[in-house]
Design a protein. Structure first.
Lengths: 186, 777
């Protein structure tokens, strides 16, 4: 009978529909996340090492990030090392290594505001002698407050064509990091 | 799908033509007697003269230079029984031919599901010559030839259809009878369908949308393939298109056969390959705007008297480059890019086919089985479909050795539709159906939407009644959708949300054919759409727009009341036609994205403007008007006007990102049939797109980065001719888009912030068909 066939096919279809089981979701590998930028200040001569950071352990969105104020001593020179972390991974991933692995395609810019009494110089270079900026030298003057903007620019071009004269807003590169720290010299 | 039956050419001989005055023309119009559908592609033969032609997409034909006399006119169409009419011609004459459905000819019942009830409320169709002109273009580009349909674009490679201002999850796209399920919510997620599959593209609004879902707030797009072969034999068709602007070439091949010894079995194999290089605007060439597409489909059908089944498999695979200058690291970069009138030189000038980051790779697989059984006059359909959609988006990454996608979404969909069509009784016919759908979505890489399982159960009931000049149709549908979502957090925690939505839809449609010339149509549709997962739970940075998008778990289904009224006039000679569609779509709890400029999200890459999904009441109203005049038999002038007003009624403001009003005028000239050349025409289109001035007021916060671009005018050109080489008729066509190489930007293209639209693009297309019919001795 045709009706039986119909009933059968409907039933079979129903089985197909319901036989799909729920399986456990896999851990997604979220990429390209930088949660933390840490600046370690080692004073030349006497004084204690200080560390300041921008920290957003759950990545963009969710809980708002925390951001330190950079507090430095007057008339001091600091050797500064920058570190990037991804805290969403276990163990915590050191993104600085990735940047150092592709020095020719990255560049950090440090822009203290006028009146902050901070000057940044002595950036380390990539293989082509163009500034990279994972390490830098900060020099402070008299007590003041201001801001320091730290920007990481990424050159996506092949080849990157990174050049000494490139400005922070060069069209050849795009922004991976842009953090505006408050600074205080006291 | 439509009726299929073998065509029998019954030949009648009679009458002799006397020749005195040989300048008479005979015009005619062919319609389906039951559905009143125009029948394009019907073969019309004037026996005595041996003249033969095919009806155009309006179902019309014209024989010219006839002598006074008596003729036998033979009309045949794939869906219908052939008709022979004896006519006496003494002066110019027009005849209408009603083709009866070939239900039982040759003792075989029609099998393919003919949509049960073919009449729909509002229906706009693209087929025949108009569809031919779009060969090689994307689905949305083809659909945008329909009045009232526009496009939402991301550069030249990604486009989605917009119907009366609405798009994405508010449009149901039905690919060969199956509701297309992918990641259709995204503005830069184009439909994963090869337009070469389609024999017809149809947009409907009316009771028939209830068969596919209760959520067709804007309408339904049907992508309809040609029915399988109906005469034992084989045929093939090769289509080649080349576009000059981006050096895009397209190859499409279809092969089909009905076996000689096993006529119940028929099959078709079809494939398309497409590859384009970087596209150029009038002033510059845009890097990384190439595209590549590889599609394949196979259909096999088994047709017996009371039973018909069809198995279909299709695979769609595309790779799309996204203009590299539009990939934005943060807000400062975006503002810099927008501020310059021309993209930086580093993003311009490459002529390669190579696609780099940022890019998208999308594959879509569809397996479908459709079975129809006949029990007396009852008809039962069982449709099973499985779909797998895999979308990978590749961002510009820090580490150049990284080959992984940053957004990776996979969605499996299983669906089942069962329907019963009852026999026609007392002018009533109708269909009752049940549908079930389950989906499993998983993500890898960056979070944008969660993993989820979704189950939808629905049922519908549609009745249609027609008598004399009236057709009344009504239907109702109910769906229940449950969604269980899981988001994984970095510390192995999960965040789970469960949702359950019930949605109700109904529709009523009345058509009144006042006279042969006038037709009136009124439709009232209620639709209701459950919020999509992205609207509920999206949470992340959208790189194309440098915004942080956030969903809202408290969203309710949006409900729309759509009223459409249509007036149709066509004179007896078919030399004048006028069409007006007025619509008003009132949507309660309309889900949209509201910018929150006061509340930016701070990230390590700087502050991103926040955009939140929220609900309001909206009213979208407007009209589509079209008219065509044939002042001379060779000349045709067609004019189309489309106007939309889209308001956020809760705050009495305009809605963002709505298509601008537009007017198109086309003049075409058809050449006389010559010995070797037929169906020859040239057409010129003037397209005028106005500036969108109705945009949200800044007093509700900053809503957009840039004011809408100005109005633009485009001149387009099309020409085509079929050239006979022996028995083979090769169609050659030339199309020129943006003939004057005008520089312009379109409000609905997200690239308008950065670049101009594509410049002049000349396309050359060639179609070579082969057909062989087995001869029985």
């Amino acid at each position: 009978m045709k009706m039986k066939k119909i009933a059968l096919s409907v039933l079979m279809a129903g089985l197909l529909i319901t036989s799909c089981k729920k399986d456990k979701p896999e851990e997604p590998n979220e990429e390209e996340v930088i949660t933390t930028m840490r600046l370690t200040f080692v004073p030349v001569g006497a004084g204690a090492t200080v560390t300041y950071q921008f920290d957003d352990p759950d990545g963009p969105g969710g809980v708002a990030p925390t951001q330190d104020e950079i507090v430095l001593a007057p008339s001091t020179t600091y050797n500064v090392t920058l570190q990037l972390l991804n805290k969403t991974e276990t163990p915590v991933e050191d993104i600085t290594l990735e940047v150092l692995g592709e020095k020719e395609a990255h560049r950090f810019y440090y822009e203290p505001t006028a009146g902050s009494n901070i000057t940044v110089s002595g950036l380390d270079n990539d293989g082509n002698g163009v500034p990279l900026g994972v390490t830098s030298v900060w020099t402070t003057a008299a007590a003041a407050t201001g801001k320091v903007k730290v920007t990481l620019r990424h050159y996506a071009g092949i080849p990157p064509n990174k050049a000494i004269g490139d400005l922070v807003n060069s069209a050849k590169s795009s922004t991976d990091i842009e953090v505006d720290f408050n600074s205080k010299i006291q | 799908m439509k009726l299929i039956i073998a065509i029998l050419f019954a030949l009648f001989f009679s009458g002799t033509a006397s020749s005195q005055e040989c300048s008479i023309s005979l015009t005619g119009h062919v319609e389906d007697a039951d559905t009143k559908d125009k029948l394009p592609g019907a073969v019309v033969i004037l026996k005595e003269t041996g003249m033969q032609l095919v009806t155009d997409n309006k179902g019309d034909f014209i024989f010219k230079n006839l002598c006074i006399g008596e003729y036998n006119l033979l009309v045949s169409h794939i869906s219908c029984e052939s008709v022979v009419r004896k006519i006496v011609v003494s002066k110019d004459l027009h005849i209408d031919i009603m083709m009866p459905h070939a239900r039982n000819t040759l003792g075989e019942v029609i099998v393919e599901a003919q949509k049960g009830i073919t009449n729909t409320g509002f229906k706009k169709e693209l087929s025949g010559k108009d569809l031919e002109e779009t060969k090689g273009l994307s689905l949305a580009e083809a659909l945008s030839k329909i009045n009232g349909v526009t496009m939402l674009q991301t550069g030249s490679t990604i486009s989605k259809p917009v119907i009366h201002g609405l798009h994405s999850s508010r449009i149901l796209t039905i690919n060969n009878g199956v509701r297309q399920e992918g990641q259709q919510w995204g503005n830069e997620h184009a439909p994963e369908i090869d337009p070469f599959i389609a024999d017809k593209l149809i947009v409907i609004k009316g009771v028939d949308e209830l068969k596919y879902g209760s959520d067709a707030i804007a309408g339904v797009i049907l992508v309809e393939p040609k029915p399988l072969r109906s005469t034992p034999g084989y045929s093939a068709e090769f289509n080649t298109v080349y576009f000059t602007n981006n050096r895009q070439y397209v190859q499409s091949v279809v092969w089909e056969q009905q076996l000689k010894n096993l006529p119940a079995f028929r099959y078709r194999i079809q494939g398309t390959f497409k590859k384009g290089a970087n596209a150029a605007t009038p002033g510059y060439r845009l890097n990384n705007t190439g595209s590549e597409e590889k599609n394949f489909s196979i259909t096999a059908g088994w047709k017996k008297e009371k039973f018909n089944t069809e198995l279909f498999y299709s695979q769609f695979a595309t790779k799309l480059g996204i203009f590299i200058g539009s990939h934005i690291g943060n807000l400062t970069d975006l503002q810099n890019a927008i501020a310059s009138s021309r993209p930086d030189e580093v993003f311009l000038g490459e002529t390669t086919y190579k696609i780099r980051r940022p890019s998208q790779e999308v594959t879509h697989h569809l397996v479908k089985s459709k079975t129809t059984l006949y029990k007396g006059e009852h008809k039962f359909n069982v449709l099973l479909a499985g779909q797998f959609n895999h979308r990978k988006e590749f961002d510009v990454v820090r580490n150049s050795s990284n080959t992984r996608p940053q957004l990776d979404l996979s969605i499996y969909t299983l669906s089942e539709d069962i329907s019963w069509e009852h026999p026609k009784r007392n002018n009533f016919n109708g269909v009752v159906g049940l549908s079930m759908m389950q989906q499993d979505n998983t993500y890898g890489g960056r979070y944008f939407i969660p993993n989820y399982f979704a189950y939808t159960f629905g049922g519908y009931f549609i009745e249609k009644w027609n008598k004399h000049n009236w057709e009344l149709q009504a239907g109702i549908r109910f769906d229940n959708k449950s969604i269980n979502t899981t988001r994984l957090k970095f510390n192995s925690d999960t965040i789970n949300y469960d949702f359950n939505f019930s949605t109700l839809a109904s529709s009523f449609n009345a058509i009144y054919k006042a006279t042969e010339k006038w037709k009136l149509n009124l439709n009232l549709s209620l639709a209701s759409r459950a919020p999509y997962v992205n609207e509920l739970l999206s949470d992340g940075i959208h790189h194309g727009t440098a915004t942080f998008e956030k969903g809202d778990i408290t969203l309710k289904p949006e409900k729309s009341v759509n009223i459409s009224a249509g007036i149709n006039y066509q004179n007896t000679l078919k030399t004048f036609h006028f069409d007006l569609l007025l619509y008003s779509n009132s949507i309660r709890d309309f889900i949209y994205q509201q910018p929150r400029p006061e509340n930016p999200v701070l990230t390590i890459a700087g502050a991103f403007p926040l955009i939140e999904y929220q609900q309001t009441d909206a009213l979208l109203s407007g009209f589509d008007a079209s008219a065509s005049v044939k002042p001379l038999s060779n000349f045709e002038w067609e004019s189309k006007l489309s106007v939309l007003y889209a308001k956020n009624t809760s705050i009495n403001d305009w809605l963002i990102l709505m298509p601008a009003n537009r007017l198109s005028n086309e003049i075409s000239y058809s050449f006389k049939e010559a010995k070797k050349f037929s169906d020859s025409y040239v057409a010129v289109e003037f397209l005028h797109v106005m500036r969108q001035n109705n945009i949200p007021d800044e007093r509700n916060g900053k809503q957009d980065y840039k004011v809408p671009p100005g109005a633009y005018h485009l001149l387009n050109f099309n020409a085509s001719s079929a050239v006979s080489f022996g028995k083979t008729k090769i169609t050659i066509g030339i199309g020129i888009r943006n003939l004057l190489n005008t520089t312009y930007r379109d409000y609905l293209n997200s690239m308008r912030y950065f670049t101009d639209e594509m410049g002049r693009n000349i396309s050359i297309r060639v179609k070579v068909p082969f057909n062989y019919v087995y001869h029985y001795l």
